[in-house]
Design a binder for this molecule. Structure first.
Ligand code: SF4
Length: 317
């Protein structure tokens, strides 16, 4: 049984303009120690899925249906105490907001030991010692362990966020927007750090990113989202080499690669649809160069094809 199973998840936002169908009937699973990349354009539902996993969806948003089974228990129906305990096992970090997420008045080491004391039965001294080890694990040692957040660079703050998240050895880590907005050297250091941590403590992970190179380097599998729907899921290598859904193909053709033959980059025509009134049938229909009449009339179901799970009528011919 998978560690996380999301079944037919539906999250909508009830706004004055109308109902935004941000996540509409999405299912996927993550096995123990698997890293799954969640990819797609802004507004496709990736961050809403993370909010639902952590039970952070607030009005006007509402989880309208579906199950989120973590380690055999449904997060959607858990009470607050069960959810509080679960937050030690399943942790979400938004690296983009590392600047604001750290407490400016407390040294980083204190922030980590506080987290350990919250979730583990240890003494203050043990938590303090354990915090030091966590910082060393992410390459922060010596004077850094006594430092306050304002004394850290952007990359060091992100490394500190990872140390805080890893402090309780969570079974599941959700990393939002890994390496966005950082220079390439810091990006490389953080990717190495994440891959080292994966090797040592083998958590399951979800990476949310726009960056296909990050997915290729860190993830086992990839789920591609478009306009609130999951349109393709496959191993990272197979999706990169043989994308089957026209949207996945367009995403990869629009992405510059430093490997293999030079290719001409192509932008995806048009823009993602309104999620208040999404197109009938396939939501990618207005932008798809393979669109057929049936695509506008009938929503394609997810089907397995060559090891990929794909929602496209082309796979069903
Ligand atoms: Fe294109 Fe039709 Fe496939 Fe949608 S179902 S991606 S419109 S071919």
């Amino acid at each position: 049984m998978a560690l996380l199973e999301v079944e037919n998840l539906k999250v909508h936002y009830f706004t004055q303009e109308g109902v935004i169908k941000a996540v509409d009937d999405v299912s996927f699973s993550v096995e123990k120690s698997e890293a799954l990349g969640l990819i797609g354009e802004s507004g496709c539902g990736k961050t809403t899925i993370v909010s639902a996993l952590m039970r952070f969806v607030k009005p006007p948003g509402r989880v309208l249906g579906g199950k989120i089974i973590f380690n055999g228990r449904d997060i959607v129906t858990m009470n607050d105490e069960e959810m509080r305990l679960l937050r030690g096992e399943m942790i979400s970090i938004s690296l983009q907001s590392a600047q604001n997420a750290l407490n400016p008045l407390m040294p980083i080491r204190g922030q980590i030991s506080e987290k350990i004391l919250e979730h583990e039965c240890v003494t203050k001294e043990e938590a303090w010692e354990s915090a030091k080890k966590q910082l060393e694990l992410v390459g922060l040692s010596g004077d850094n362990i006594k430092s306050y957040p304002h004394e850290f660079s952007g990359g060091m703050k992100q490394a500190a966020m990872i140390a805080i998240a890893a402090a309780c050895n969570p079974k599941f880590l959700i990393v939002d927007e890994l390496v966005t907005g950082l220079d390439v050297i810091i990006q490389r250091q953080l990717l190495t750090l994440i891959n080292n941590l994966r090797g040592k403590w083998r958590p399951s992970m979800i990476f949310i990113t726009h960056d296909l190179a990050v997915i290729a380097e860190t993830c086992d599998n990839v789920a591609v989202m478009y306009a609130g729907k999951l349109v393709e899921q496959a191993s990272a290598v197979s999706l990169y080499e043989n994308p089957m859904h026209p949207y996945s193909q367009a995403l990869i053709q629009a992405y510059p690669s430093t490997r293999g033959e030079k290719k001409q980059l192509r932008s995806i025509p048009g823009a993602p649809p309104s999620l208040i009134n999404p197109p009938t049938g396939c939501r990618f229909y207005p932008r798809c160069s393979y669109a057929m009449d049936v695509c506008q009339e009938m929503e394609p179901a997810l089907k397995e094809a060559d090891g990929h799970i794909v929602a496209c009528h082309l796979m069903q011919e």
